[in-house]
Write a protein of this length. Structure first.
Lengths: 796, 796
């Protein structure tokens, strides 16, 4: 929604408080702009009170000699002189009108701005004057700083020159800053007694913002025409005395600098960055660089230096991969920003060994007692990201195994893991070593240690859920085992029901035989089972048959000597091999469920959580462990401790953001939007499915039947589309190519602002995937479905 | 400085603006408290204007029937009715008085509070009423929210009931929250027209804060006694109508809950956390857990459930290890909080491949062109912490070597690194593999790959800087080589001067011979030189002879075939082996210099930066690389890209905090405090030393001569004291034991608040180290020196 035009400089005007002189200074700005530009637009989105007192009327009266260049507009006018939210309530009550939603409100501003911008290409200025103070409520009751945020307009703050005005001005500035706004100028009246500008000028200068103090307006005269003349003289003096024109020149300079900066960013970024997972030689030029000027809810605001003449240089681009699977609540969520600020303001960072602080303790207890660790985990170990969290998990599991089997010396070094082919646990060497080395994803020190099964997978093909067995298993299974009879996706994920099907024995026998032949062959001692439950993400969005994972855990736990007994009130100690669940991607509602444990019907001994954990804001990981894992390190010898830690372990900012995230995602899981989506996935009227998705089941069905599509899957927020392509490797571009057209914005009618976005998405070889936040608006998901369908149609 | 007493509930009262009724509501609270508690203290730290209008006088007049229980105080009174900063300026001008510093101001409040608390142990309440709005300036000109922050008092916010008051109240709340304050109640007047409380009540309830709206005061009457009577009736009504008493009961409950929460935290933490690098079995109980309630500048505020009766349950504890070497500007620095908030508000997190955003680009360019990468680095690769940054560096170096030597298949897997014994690069397996496996720091998958030299070291012993050669080198060197003649520490670090000393040839020959014999022995192919320049931190604060590191780099670069030529305008390509500088600990002024490169006189090909990079707030790392390293990955084959990345790579919050940090640390490096410290380390009057420290050179000399001390070293912010101990291993507790007494707080006179702190410090076996921030107050460093000296004296 963000708007930026080369020929039209737009500023929003916020007041440090009510009655600080917003309209008077806006009038001065409008008159000054009229002297410099072809057109000046003044927008008062909401006006309350009698029309003759309205701000836009004042501007009209006093816009000076060049009034033909001045265009004023008010979008929502209420005649009761109260705050907009009250005025809207009164109007709604009186006239049975529905209160205007934030989206409608912002869209109507956007439409107005686009109309103005399309009037011509001559230089023009626009001022959008807000009402009251920065946090004054809008029509819906959301306060202005939040409601206007999608527009992300550069800001003029009108300071408060009265007693207490220093504080009011700085606090208003901080509220703007918490929403990321760039304040480009502070204007206020000169006051010889309180001298607020004397204090505020150096204060804001240090923060890169010019402060301009102007003479206060003359007293109001009782005679209307005298008053008019006196006011006119005042405005004329402000312009001629050159107190307003320098402000305008400064705003023009900043506008040009912003455009120049944005235009220069692709080249400079190509010169300075070494991007992750990017082959720089394949970047064709500046156009391949996405310049993100800001982000809001599910959208990036992306700069395009070469857009259509007269159109906004910023466009909305849907963050179609939830920014590498991190986003849960949308970008720049104010509640998370405030949580980050609160922890930073209270602690900064404090070191963690033998230390406790409220954010970390609250998070640990939440994860253990009321989250994914419920019923099995006893401890939380913090680290910085999924990869470090997995390194911690591996160190835990391997040590637990070593201690249990009394391994010493070289025997401790000859340990491997059991897993599934296609797994991915992060990019540090230890996490890589827990995955098979095949294909291109490797490096010099990568030394894969273990054995990985080819897993059976789940997909929807031609409208039907299918279980595809790898060749080794297919040979052993009866023909009917490859397809689930009932036909619903939920039946595939109904693990308890499927535990009595013949496929269990097929899986069990295959796993047992494989493990026996591995033992006979010698080599590495298998010391842990490492799984990404349900979906192997980075491996190519591989939806693994949950029954296979369940049987694998059961078989592994049924082998080897029983573990030493522990207290009866602690959960059962690990058996066979320690089991690690890497829930970094799949956990915390990414797949529509808080944890995969209830669905699989087995708990791990260690689990790892990251990504959504911090609501998509900052890195933080948590490794959960059962008591029997912890006991392997518990000793009077310091050297036997888990010697792992990072400088910022359990940093309070991350923990506090995580606490707020868990609160919000849990709330989201009980939302009407989720209930409605879940209803669409019911297996029978009133009977919820075992699995569900924010994606529409009909859409999934339709796409699965398209010619270009080999198979589709959706769980929770995730949609994966495998395109028909002979080359299924990491370096395949087939999915990118097929969906190319989705990257461009629809140029629909101005009336439907909300559908006007392009899509930023990622592919994994021949798999295109799309991922929403947990709170993505249903209409956005529907829009995206339409776009995907259209793109696939075009390519077919 | 934080204060918390079991028997004395203290709240600070902040106003959403001036004239919102702070004093009236404070009076109501005081009267209510008098009805419930033995004593009520009312403190107005600063009062401006005529005494008869002063807030404390109003309280005195209207404190009701139980006035003998009410005690009022004003610490700084000015008679001019203007903002405190102006009043202080006027007073200073009139009476040639020095303006009161923030520290003095806060100390005087602390002293008053302690006096009140020591009056008795019966239940009492205290209210500290601030002046004007939250950001109104104090005497020094710093605004109140920042100035009062070290006290970290729970807060009552008086809301604004007037037009615009919704915005003023929320913005004031957000400014409080940015400093971490806990707002426990919002009080405001009822206003039937604007109905602000109708909006604010659900707003704050959602944020866990109760809002109470009370009747506004009666109009002021012209007759003084009638006015008094009317005001008295108003207060009586507020109490009897039960609008104030529920607020007080709520504040009491919160006070008790806070104490109960803090008291329960050690036990709960022992049950829920798995701490890094901690052997849980060695924790003796709750008293071994440090409960950090908040932190400010260099101090933790630590809760002690078992403190002296009547004393504050919170004590100041100096963060003596700069929170695992991360702190540069003190905890909870408001500028960093605002930077974090700004980036969170603008972007949240946005994914990074082929994306650019201003905070990351600014940071990359700063590091490359005006920071540690100046003159040699061409690219920045972001990751999450020092360990991941080192994994990236290793992947870069090993690949560059492989490509250069055209290695394929198994040859690529048989690569090792050259380094120094005692090095540490992080806890992920790849970073561990770049270090020798010896001692206890290892794990199952640790597989050290390379060769590590025993390095010569620098220390101060008995007042003299000494270079200690390891046995192999000592045999080859002349006796005089082991001590530097001139006797000044700077001469040891004057690498250019020492390049012409005989020791160079001793080092060079030793290194060459060692490398030759390694080659003859076969085994791993050495593919990179990995160094922590100047100091190996985690290895035990080993100060390596810089000349040895310089000669090592020179020798390594002089070996092997020359690299392929590149463009003439790019820096020289790497030669011999790619050189990695791990500057995670030593860089960015930790040792008093931005980078170690100028001192050593050689640039690396890859460098890694973290810790101070983000000012001690959140994890972020940057790996810098030269163009010739980058070229090894540049290819038309996607598979040859550097396939490494973390979800939160280049997260805007971290990058923005880093940008602000680099700006602030650079400013600090030009501060008067640094100039004064550097002057003490001059080698001759007016001649700056090559190295210097915030620690006093005389103190270093004195300590180095103490019986209990084997050797001492100091550079920049770091002080390391090696105690005499036969057991020099990681598990040694000798340094901990020796300095045990420093952990306890001096109970000095009440007059010297600023010296009253205990010290939280870490040891590495027989080495105790202390680390300041870059901006630690000189008086704090002097205090700490006194405490260290005293502790060492006691133990000797």
């Amino acid at each position: 929604m963000s708007l930026l035009f080369k020929h039209l400089r737009i500023h929003q005007i916020f007041g440090a408080n009510t009655d600080v002189g917003k309209t008077i200074l806006a009038t001065a700005l409008v008159r000054g702009s009229a002297a410099l530009k072809n057109d000046v637009f003044y927008l008062k989105p909401i006006s309350t009170g009698p029309i003759q007192d309205a701000d836009d009327e004042h501007i009209k009266r006093h816009c000076g000699a060049l009034k033909n260049r001045v265009h004023t507009e008010c979008l929502y006018r209420f005649h009761v002189p109260v705050s907009p939210h009250l005025a809207a309530q009164i109007a709604a009550g009186d006239e049975s009108r529905k209160i205007v939603s934030d989206a409608t409100f912002v869209n109507s501003i956007t439409s107005y701005v686009r109309r103005c911008a399309s009037r011509g290409t001559g230089p023009a200025d626009m001022y959008v004057e807000t009402a009251g103070g920065v946090h004054s409520p809008t029509l819906s009751g959301v306060t202005q700083v939040d409601c206007y945020r999608p527009l992300f307009l550069p800001t003029i703050l009108i300071g408060d020159s009265r007693l207490g005005g220093i504080s009011a001005t700085i606090s208003a500035y901080e509220s703007l800053l918490l929403r990321g706004y760039v304040v480009e100028a502070v204007l206020l009246f000169r006051d010889e007694y309180y001298r607020n500008s004397d204090f505020l000028t150096p204060y804001f200068t240090e923060r890169g913002i010019d402060v301009t103090a102007v003479d206060p307006p003359p007293p109001i005269l009782s005679d209307a025409s005298e008053n008019f003349a006196s006011t006119e003289r005042y405005y004329e003096r402000l312009i001629s005395e050159d107190s307003i024109l320098p402000v305008l020149r400064n705003l023009d300079t900043r506008h040009e600098r912003r455009l120049a900066e944005l235009t220069s960013m692709p080249r400079r970024s190509l010169d300075a960055f070494w991007w992750p997972f990017v082959q720089h030689d394949l970047i064709k030029g500046e156009k391949d660089v996405t310049v993100i000027d800001s982000a809001s809810s599910d959208f990036f605001s992306v700069y395009d230096a070469h857009g259509t003449e007269g159109a906004s240089a910023l466009e909305s681009q849907l963050d179609g991969s939830a920014s590498w699977w991190t986003q849960a609540l949308g970008h720049a969520h104010p509640t998370l920003t405030l949580a980050a600020a609160r922890a930073s303001g209270r602690y900064g960072h404090v070191m963690f060994p033998q230390v406790t602080h409220a954010p970390a303790l609250q998070l640990a207890e939440r994860l253990l007692h009321d989250g994914p660790g419920k019923g099995w985990a006893s401890r939380v170990f913090f680290s910085d990201d999924g990869s470090t969290g997995m390194e911690v998990a591996l160190k835990m599991a391997l040590r637990a195994f070593s201690v249990h089997r009394c391994l010493q010396g070289a025997d401790r070094k000859a340990l491997g893991v059991l897993g599934l082919r296609g797994s991915y646990h992060g990019d540090t060497i230890g996490a890589m070593d827990a995955c098979a080395e095949e294909g291109v994803y490797t490096c010099e020190w990568h030394n894969a240690k273990g054995y990985w099964f080819d897993p059976p997978t789940v997909s929807i093909q031609d409208g039907h859920p299918i279980i595809t067995l790898p060749p080794a298993l297919a040979a052993a299974a009866a023909p009917s085992d490859s397809t689930v009879a009932s036909g619903s996706l939920s039946s595939v994920y109904d693990v308890p029901a499927r535990l009595s099907t013949p496929l269990v024995e097929v899986y069990r026998t295959y796993i047992r035989n494989t493990l026996r032949s591995l033992e006979r062959a010698g080599g590495l001692q298998l010391a842990a089972l490492v799984l990404e439950p349900l979906v192997m993400g980075a491996g190519g969005m591989i939806f693994v048959d949950p029954l296979f994972q369940r049987v694998l855990v059961d078989v592994v736990r049924g082998r080897g000597p029983p573990p030493p007994s522990t207290d009866s009130d602690t959960p059962a100690p690990w058996r066979g091999l320690p089991v690690i669940f890497d829930e970094v991607f799949v956990g915390l509602y990414r797949l529509g469920m808080e944890s995969t444990i209830p669905l699989l019907g087995v708990s791990p001994d260690i689990s790892v959580h990251a990504k959504i954990l911090t609501g998509g804001l900052v890195p933080l990981a948590a490794t959960l462990a059962s008591d029997s894992i912890f006991q392997a390190f518990y000793s009077t010898d310091k050297a036997e401790a888990l010697l792992h830690g990072h400088s910022y372990t359990a940093h309070p900012l991350g923990c506090e953001v995580a606490n707020e995230t868990l609160r919000l995602v849990e709330k989201e899981s009980r939302s009407e939007a989720w209930a409605a989506a879940q209803a669409r996935w019911e297996v029978a009227p009133g009977k919820p499915g075992v699995v569900w998705s924010l994606w529409d089941p009909q859409f999934i069905q339709t796409v699965s039947r398209m010619d270009a599509v080999a198979e589709v899957m959706a769980l929770g927020t995730v949609l994966a589309i495998k395109v028909r392509d002979s080359e299924a490797s990491y370096v395949s571009h087939s999915a990118q190519t097929l969906l190319q057209s989705i990257k461009f914005r629809d140029t629909g009618s101005l009336a439907s602002e909300s559908g006007q976005f392009s899509v930023h998405f990622r592919t994994l070889g021949n798999v295109a995937y799309f991922m929403t936040s947990l709170n993505t608006a249903p209409e956005t998901v529907r829009s995206l479905e339409d776009k995907i369908w259209t793109a696939l149609q075009k390519s077919s």
